[in-house]
Design a binder for this molecule. Structure first.
Ligand code: ZN
Length: 450
């Protein structure tokens, strides 16, 4: 009876919310008040996939949903912003019959790394993907090792963990799992023998704290490692990127599946690989996955083309308080090699909470913009001066940097001078403040990991 009521109320509020355009977690919140353990009594389909980690969750979930839908499966999945327990309850209950049976073939959940343990108290995913652990929103989450401790109790018995073998911290989760499937990338032309970046979170073993040795790095602490103390090392992988060509924007998985990248970036390759692994594990053939990932274009506006004054530009979403996300955008700009100007905006640090904490700017590798193709860098937003101080610690010539805190005035200046391309790097929280001053152009790019 309580199930009936919880589902009914959830559906009703969901429906009303749809009419008024309200947030997606309220129906779940109310249903949980009526029946706190309601999720423990839901009848789930045979495949329940959860995806967590610092970066790439949303892209992996959206790509996986696309592939599963393309092969005819009915997928219940959440979108960004509803990855805590009330959001999961809203999603699941509004997709249930009144007796509590999920009407779908696969439940696919993006889960917040700190809330997964609350969600999985009531039900277990059959497959649990952990993408990576990187510095992300330190004011909210703390250091990646703290996030590790937070995810660890969320791993239920019987779940198959799908882990990134190239991340030494993520790999430790295998110790807590009944079964682990590994994904990773072999050495590629872009892999490096030396660590590149402002900080190195892979310097010491997460298990015993002895120094680590790397055969190669793909980015930050992601690569092929071995601990000099306890022997903790990159596991043999079940799903492997055997070849990757960033210039041609192509990868090969397990030596046989060629996939064309809609957006060329190392980070995106991992999302595709995680998607490939999980779809394969729930019974989709490799050929079908490859074909349908190839046709996928991320549609959530993480990359957007625009016109501003005399320039055409490309907007690259980058998460504030997440240096790897920024580094990926800056690398993309540097690698493109064509003449350009770059706008960096830090106005509101977070959408979720009030903070003026900007120490994360020091983790970003702004030196990447010290190349001849970058003709000018505009710094804007409330924290423009802090950005300027940060960039003064790079070798970028000071006369290439223009500081205009007011976003409107900055766009007038950047739109008036002709550059080959005008890149904008900022977060969701500041996106519309900039894009509202531009004219949108048709998107030609696909997914990028963040
Ligand atoms: Zn060790």
């Amino acid at each position: 009876m309580r199930m009936f009521l919880a589902v009914l109320v959830c559906r009703f509020i969901h429906f009303m919310g749809g009419l008024f355009g309200r947030g997606s977690s309220l129906p779940g919140l109310v249903a949980l008040k009526i029946y706190p353990s309601v999720l423990a009594h839901v009848k789930f389909p045979p495949a329940v996939v959860a995806v967590t980690g610092s970066n790439g969750k949303t892209s992996t979930v959206e790509m996986t949903a696309h592939v599963l839908k393309s092969v005819g499966k009915k997928v219940i999945y959440n979108r960004e912003g509803s990855n805590q327990i009330a959001g999961a309850a809203s999603l699941i209950l509004s997709s249930c019959t009144l007796t509590g049976k999920v009407k779908g073939d696969v439940v696919l959940l993006e889960t917040d790394e700190r809330y997964a343990k609350h969600i999985f108290k009531y039900f277990s995913p059959t497959h649990y993907v952990i993408t990576n652990l990187l510095r992300d929103q330190l004011t909210r989450n703390g250091h990646p090792e703290w996030v590790y401790d937070s995810i660890l109790p969320s791993i239920p018995r019987g779940t198959t963990l799908v882990l990134n073998a190239d991340d030494p911290l993520v790999s430790c989760f295998a110790d807590a799992a009944d079964k682990t499937v590994w994904f990773g990338m072999d050495r590629q032309p872009f892999s490096t023998e030396e660590h590149i970046g402002v900080y190195d979170d892979g310097k010491y073993c997460p298990k015993c704290k002895a120094p680590m040795e790397y055969e190669y790095y793909h980015f930050n602490h992601i690569g092929s490692y071995r601990c000099t103390g306890c022997g903790h090392k990159k596991a043999a992988t079940d799903f492997t990127v055997t070849a990757a060509d960033l210039e041609k924007a192509e990868i090969v998985i397990n030596g046989e599946y060629n996939i064309k990248l809609a957006f060329s970036g190392i980070y995106n390759i991992y999302n595709i690989l995680a998607c490939f692994a999980v779809c394969s594990l729930i019974g989709v053939s490799g050929g079908d996955v490859a074909q349908n990932i190839g046709s996928y274009v991320l549609t959530n506006g993480r990359i957007q083309r625009y016109r501003l004054g005399v320039n055409e530009g490309m907007f690259l979403i980058s998460k504030h308080e997440n240096s790897v996300s920024y580094d990926s955008s800056l690398k993309y700009i540097a690698q493109s090699g064509a003449d350009c100007a770059v706008i960096v905006i830090v106005d509101s640090v977070s959408r979720r909470y009030e903070t003026g904490e900007t120490s994360w700017l020091w983790d970003i590798d702004f030196e990447l913009l010290n190349c001849d193709s970058v003709k000018r860098i505009y710094l804007s937003g409330k924290h423009a001066e802090e950005l300027a101080v940060r960039l003064s610690f790079t070798d970028i010539p000071a006369d290439r940097i223009t500081v205009i805190p007011d976003i409107e005035k900055m766009t007038e200046a950047a739109g008036a001078e002709k550059y080959g391309m005008l890149y904008t790097v900022t977060c969701f929280s500041d996106k519309d403040k900039f894009l509202s001053k531009t004219e949108p152009l048709e998107n030609v790019c696909g997914g990028v990991d963040r």
